[in-house]
Write a protein that binds this ligand. Sequence first.
Ligand SMILES: [Zn+2]
Length: 431
Amino acid sequence: MYEIFGGLAVMPEGIRKDISLVVEKDRIIDIGPAEEMRKRYKFSDSIGSKDSIVCPAFVDTHMHSFQIATRGLTSDKSLLDWLKRYIWRWEGSMSKEQAKACAELAYLEMLKSGVTTFVDYTSVRHTDEAFKAAKAFGMRGNIGKTLMDRASPPELQESPDKALRDTESLIRKWHGEENDRLRYNITPRFGITCTDGLLEGCKELMGKYDVLFTTHASESSFEVDEDRKNYGESSIRHFEKLGLLGKKTLLAHCVWLDDSELKLLAKTKTRVAHCPGSNMMLASGAAQTGRMLKEGVAVGLGSDMGAYYNLSMFDQMRLSVMLQKVTKLNPLALDHRNAFNMATKGGADALGIESGTLEKGKKADIVLLDARNIAFSPENDIIAQIVYCAGPGAVQSVVCDGKPLIMDGKVLVANEEKILERAKGLLAFSA
Ligand SMILES: [Zn+2]
């Protein structure tokens, strides 16, 4: 049993001073004023100081580790140009070693920005490499192999039989491993690239193994037009007909929803991964985030690496608020508390993980920020300053499942230099 101490802590009820979290194995077993906790418990160790701001760790509900290879090359492109000229070309040629280098680089960047939990759509191949990296890093990885059986490059398409067989064997191998830190997610790419046969097979596996289903939906107006050609309706409506909406379904983007579709997500308890950086970068549009939250939809934030170019949830928090303000022409459309909640509790709820808040009984997934960082000077409104002023440079220590992964800026679970060196050698890509 050890203590995580902060001069400040972001609790569900607001900011509190001098708080100790009592951590035993993977959970917060008690939390309260440090003086009281220190009398009540005997700690073997203590993490944090009066200069630490203790927060729930961040959750990235949507990213693609392999796309980190194209970062910097793909700016200022349309979605289809980006996908066809860069992403699919890279994906088609990527080796196992390259997939490993991508996963390690992406997970390192997330960890250093205070993210412990993520949803990673790997490519069609080499999904094992992502699981192995998440295992080695001690992070909470929700990982799946991308599925496509139509309207995509032939070298990336698979027959539904093979795609589902491989998916099932990955579920059996990884789902629930490492104290349930590793979970398998079923990840068809999106409606355009998947036949109904493949999607029906996904539903069968969801039921059989109780795993999460996640895909892209209603991201761009082009996609919605294609869906109407394919299905005669939107993919959201089509997924409903296939029985794919519900609390085990996480849909990324959901930008182009009409009112009834938004209500349908709320009614079916379908979850949403909102990716404001990607939606702005690819000019996809602005999701109705405020409305979703009002309707009670569990909304998490996603970096959508590589449609956005870094894995910092600080960026996504900031952009989620600014996008709503400017599109609604209303400075009150969304606020920093909404953004912080989506990046923590919203994401954890969307994935069905007992973390995302500093509360007794929750999993100990914690980030400590350095109160001496310039972002917190002067100290006025800590949550607003986390959202609008701070960045990965403020991250001091990171704990996942009760285990310290970064301590006082030092990454304990990976060799940073080696990862960067390997990425330089293996991930050079030109379109
Ligand atoms: Zn994506």
